[in-house]
Design a protein around this ligand. Structure first.
Ligand code: 13P
Length: 251
């Protein structure tokens, strides 16, 4: 079912103690968030177990920021989906542009990761988005269409029904320059149309599509008011409890 979601991607920020404090602040303020808005936080791997204890019993859900593309075994430094599930994760972000750019995350690896996550009942938050030069060259629809077809079109309809999509234009991430609500809505409508073309209207209409990229309390309301924007994937502003809660209240 299509849901309103505000997810915080903490990236590689905070110590465990700082992360626990941030989670405690969010739990203390959660009653200020409308009940139909689903809050998700994605701390670093090292924080997951401690943060899971803090948010237990609240309506905040836990996400990882990545997972391994193998089930288990001799993969030094990797963290499997079953480990994430046992740590309390209901979600994992996959295909973030920072992982594609700095860690060579390819579409074929992402297909494996998404299927492994879904197999364990962990919902992927799958990220797509174009770079500035791609937008300037008018290639944004082609790039995003390819990111969708190379990964999500490999899924069965049953699998696709459990995927959340995040549109994060790379030029808006951490830059303070957000996409206008028109730019974001245009891409979100395109993504939904592509999903409808492959999986049908019912799955497309039920898919939550989040916007990410310099989303903050001052622009969230306008973005979330768009027909095809079902919430946000928040970076920098998710590190401040007041800002994150204010964004979630923008609905
Ligand atoms: P910022 O909100 O800091 O631009 O980051 C967005 C993001 O990359 C979330 O995954």
């Amino acid at each position: 079912m299509r849901r309103k979601i505000v997810a915080g991607n903490w990236k590689m920020n905070t110590t465990v103690a700082e992360g626990v404090d941030l989670a405690k602040s969010l739990v203390a303020k959660i009653k200020e968030v409308p009940s139909d808005v689903n809050l998700i936080i994605a701390p670093p791997f090292t924080h997951l177990v401690s943060v899971a204890q803090v948010i237990s019993g609240s309506k905040i859900a836990l996400s990882a920021q990545n997972c391994a593309d193998e089930i288990k075994g001799a993969y030094t430094g990797e963290v499997s989906v079953s480990m994430l599930k046992s740590a309390g994760c209901a979600y994992t972000i996959l295909g973030h542009s920072e992982r594609r750019e700095y860690y060579g995350e390819t579409s074929s690896k992402l297909v494996k990761k998404i299927k492994l996550a879904l197999n364990e009942g962990v919902m992927p938050i799958f990220c797509v988005g174009e770079k500035l030069e791609e937008r300037n060259a008018g290639k944004h629809f082609v790039i995003i269409g390819a990111q969708l077809s190379e990964v999500l079109f490999e899924l069965t309809p049953e699998e696709m029904a459990h995927v959340v999509i995040a549109y994060e234009p790379v030029w808006a991430i951490g830059t303070g320059v957000t996409a206008t609500s028109e730019q974001a809505q245009e891409i979100h409508a395109f993504i939904r149309k592509e999903i409808a073309g492959r999986f049908g209207d019912s799955i497309a209409n039920d898919t939550s599509i989040l916007y990410g990229g310099s989303c903050k309390p001052s622009n969230a309301k306008e973005l979330f008011a768009c027909k095809d924007i079902d919430g946000g994937l928040i970076g920098g502003a998710a590190l401040k409890a007041d800002d994150f809660i204010a964004i979630a209240q923008s609905y």
